[in-house]
Design a protein around this ligand. Structure first.
Ligand SMILES: [Zn+2]
Length: 306
């Protein structure tokens, strides 16, 4: 009898071991990722047993979403000013039986050469009144507040579309600016040469999380596409959406203009992924995940769950 019990427990142990090995063996993890400053890379995790995957890169949570049964994709983006170093993306896959499997993926950020411009302005140009400083503080706080609370759901659906048909001004993203000999923050968006009054379209489905007028950015709309991806549309002459509204890819957000601190009419289009300022043009040609169309009522339903 004792021998039988021993045999039975040994069998259970062997079966459990085989199950966990099978779960681990069936997963296809991403290859090491190379990223240029300001660029994006889409990666995939697949495995029939996998129910969910999440990631952590530095201090940031990296969202992966299901493209189909056992197929997950996520996007990694390097900030325009990211240090060119080697780091690890930590991935955790959970199987349907509750087993957690972990993988470290190497991520190498590489330097990119950006255009540089230096110019001088009269020293008084930068002098701000207390009222202006208060406006700037309000602007920074408003943007920081929306970036701090991204929606977890993925609302966007590949492909992304251009907000205006116009081309980018040359080497606009990442341009390093030196004013009166002092390096300033790099240009964190793409300037599209749209004349004033051009309709500005949402690059993808999302939620309007900011719509207002600001000192530097002028008339501004920020969309949260979910999974820590935001896009920004600045210097608008007119805003046609309100905060809290869900918009569809191609919906008109407002009209381009020359509001805020600008020298002429254009659309400043920006993108932010997991707090990295990335080149929005990368969204157009680097992202293929979630090709299944979401219907409007599905977007509403997922929004209402919150
Ligand atoms: Zn700009």
């Amino acid at each position: 009898m004792r021998r039988l019990v021993l045999l039975a427990s040994l069998t259970v142990a062997l079966v459990a071991c085989a199950a966990s090995m099978a779960a681990g063996d069936g997963i296809l993890w991403p290859e090491p990722i190379d990223l240029l400053q300001g660029e994006l890379s889409e990666f995939r995790v697949t495995g029939a047993d996998v129910a969910a995957v999440e990631g952590v890169w530095g201090k940031e949570k990296i969202y992966l979403h299901a493209d189909g049964p056992g197929q997950f994709s996520g996007i990694l983006g390097a900030d325009v000013d990211a240090k060119p170093v080697l780091s690890k993306l930590r991935l955790i896959a959970k199987t349907f039986t509750g087993v957690e499997l972990r993988k470290m993926v190497s991520v190498k950020v590489k330097p990119k050469s950006f255009a540089q411009e230096s110019f001088n302005v009269a020293p008084t140009f930068d002098r701000m009144t207390p009222e202006t400083l208060e406006e700037i503080r309000r602007e920074q706080a408003a943007f920081a507040r929306v970036f701090a609370a991204p929606a977890a759901d993925r609302w966007w659906q590949a492909p992304f579309v251009r907000p205006v048909p116009h081309e980018a001004s040359a080497s606009s993203f990442g341009r390093r600016r030196i004013i009166n000999g002092t390096p300033r923050a790099p240009h964190s968006g793409m300037d599209l040469s749209a004349p004033a009054g051009t309709e500005v379209a949402a690059t993808n489905h999302g939620k309007v999380v900011l719509a207002g007028k600001f000192f530097f950015a002028g008339g501004s709309v920020v969309l949260d596409h979910g999974g820590s991806l935001f896009t920004m549309y600045l210097h608008l002459s007119e805003i046609r959406v309100g905060e809290g509204a869900m918009v569809r890819k191609g919906d008109v957000l407002g009209l381009s203009g020359a509001t805020g601190r600008v020298t002429g009419a254009h659309l400043h289009w920006g993108a932010r992924l997991a707090n990295a300022r990335v080149d929005p043009l990368q969204l157009l040609n680097k992202i293929s995940g979630n090709p299944q169309p979401l219907r409007r009522n599905e977007i509403r339903a997922s929004e209402m769950e919150k």
